[in-house]
Design a binder for this molecule. Structure first.
Ligand code: CU
Length: 362
């Protein structure tokens, strides 16, 4: 019998493949800046390179900024099942790199040391562990590593950890699904509530919903709030996310659940509150259950910063590349769980609401 987790993971991969405007759960810059389309790596391998061109930079809400390593096409947290043997390949045509373990067994948030001592020589006997180092990998060369020991490994490049922030996370966990949206693992991570609360030390950003009403996140406290960010002109993943939110909104109405969905633009330069109102109309968003919001550039950017959302200007002058996370916030206004957008999003939202697990702190 297939477990629900596997079904969800498959659905996520399917969405990732269909969505040219995103890179699944993370953000990659591989298709921006004229870098061309890289040849994809085998899904079982790890690609290594300086975080431009082939390898992107991802602002992961759980692990922070990671870059320079990839399981398939873009920088991301990498996940493998225990027992796998994977190939570490230097994708550069002119620069040596390494893969060194910096720390093991860490749980989020990561402790990225400022200046770790990373070796240029191989160690660890080809098995990923606390003392593992690939040694210097020349351009185009590869080395195999066995992932015998479950754990969460913080990794970095001895040459480029400091200057280029070449650092990432390898999760060796049961049930890990390799692919463009490898992480977080089944069920996702919940950030510690303190850490997750958007920094609102100054004026809280105001948004404008489809009715033209101004509001802040604090004003929506008292029931679970499910937040995502889209660009109104995206024609790939965002309409799928909007469709999932539309379906979830109807099911919230049908099941009489106390909860609210909120979609915020991640491109306030192009998406005015009027554009977002038209988007709301297109998806028939009932503001009692689903707010669709824009706002001033500074307010929207402040909101994106608070959630760690990143977008990059694409070749059409629009934000083609962006994060596709969904944030479940508890009635106190603390982040309870981060989900990856997928074709199972409506089910995950309804499940989270029905079980009540977003009513308490993580
Ligand atoms: Cu390097």
């Amino acid at each position: 019998m297939k477990s629900p987790t596997i079904a969800i993971a498959l659905a996520i991969v399917a969405l990732g493949a269909a969505a040219a405007c995103t890179n699944g759960g993370g953000l990659g810059s591989i298709n921006s800046g004229g870098g061309g389309t890289p040849s994809p790596l085998p899904s079982g391998g790890i690609g290594v390179g300086i975080p431009t061109g082939k390898i992107g930079v991802e602002n992961d809400p759980v692990w922070g900024t990671v870059s320079g390593y990839t399981q398939e096409q873009t920088s991301q947290i990498m996940a493998f099942a225990p027992g796998a043997t994977v190939m570490i390949t230097n994708l550069s045509s002119n620069t040596p790199h390494t893969l060194n373990v910096i720390g093991v067994g860490a749980t989020p948030p990561p402790n990225w040391p400022k200046n770790p001592s990373l070796s240029f020589s191989p160690s660890g006997n080809g098995v990923l562990g606390a003392d593992y180092a690939s040694g210097s990998l020349n351009p185009g060369s590869s080395v195999k590593v066995k992932l015998s020991n479950p754990g969460i490994y913080l990794i970095g490049c001895a040459y480029h950890y400091i200057e280029f922030s070449m650092r990432d996370v390898i999760e060796v966990v049961a049930g890990a699904t390799p692919g463009p949206t490898a992480s977080p693992g089944p069920g996702g991570y919940a950030l510690p509530a303190r850490k997750a609360r958007p920094a609102l030390t100054r004026r809280e950003p105001h948004l404008i919903d489809q009715r033209g009403h101004s509001f802040t996140l604090s004003w929506l406290r008292g029931e679970p709030l499910i937040v995502t960010f889209v660009s109104a002109h995206c024609t790939d993943a965002c309409p799928l996310i909007n469709g999932q939110f539309a379906a979830a909104s109807q099911r919230i109405e049908h099941d009489h659940l106390a909860a609210r969905l909120l979609t915020i633009t991640l491109d306030p330069e192009h998406d005015s509150p009027k554009t977002m109102r038209e988007l709301a109309r297109r998806f028939d968003a009932d503001p009692r259950h689903w707010l669709v919001a824009g706002g001033s550039r500074s307010d929207v950017h402040a909101m994106m910063r608070a959630f760690g959302v990143i977008s990059i200007e694409g070749k059409h002058g629009s934000d083609d590349h962006h994060t596709t996370f969904i944030y479940a916030i508890n009635p106190n206004g603390d982040l309870a769980q981060t989900l990856l957008a997928s074709s199972a999003t409506q089910d995950e939202i309804l499940d989270g609401l029905h079980t009540g697990r977003w009513r308490t702190h993580a």
